[in-house]
Design a protein around this ligand. Structure first.
Ligand SMILES: [Zn+2]
Length: 98
């Protein structure tokens, strides 16, 4: 009986050690940073690409990315777009020799 108890406990412990609950990957396909939100966090910002994601807690210590925070990610996309347009504008100006 003692052996069974011992085995049951060690199995549970090894399961706990191999689980990667508490983390999910950044949804930016060019980033894929591993994100680890703190308990109770509603959103998490990726330290690498700056995108922000809404966090859904499936259960305690088991977060899931629910989706991007559109206002933040849209701003990042718009800034990148504006930068590109400006570069293009300057390129064309240079071509025209003005
Ligand atoms: Zn990222």
């Amino acid at each position: 009986m003692v052996d069974i108890d011992k085995e049951g406990k060690s199995t549970a412990e090894s399961l706990r050690a191999t689980r990667t609950y508490g983390k999910f990957r950044c949804h930016n396909p060019t980033c894929m940073e591993r994100l680890e939100p703190k308990k109770g966090d509603k959103t998490i910002k990726c330290p690498t690409c700056g995108m922000e994601f809404r966090v859904a807690w499936v259960k305690d210590g088991f977060p899931r990315a629910r989706g991007p925070v559109w206002e933040v990610n849209k701003k990042i996309a718009e800034e990148a777009f504006a930068r590109k347009m400006k570069e293009k504008e300057q390129e064309e100006k240079a071509k025209e020799g003005k």
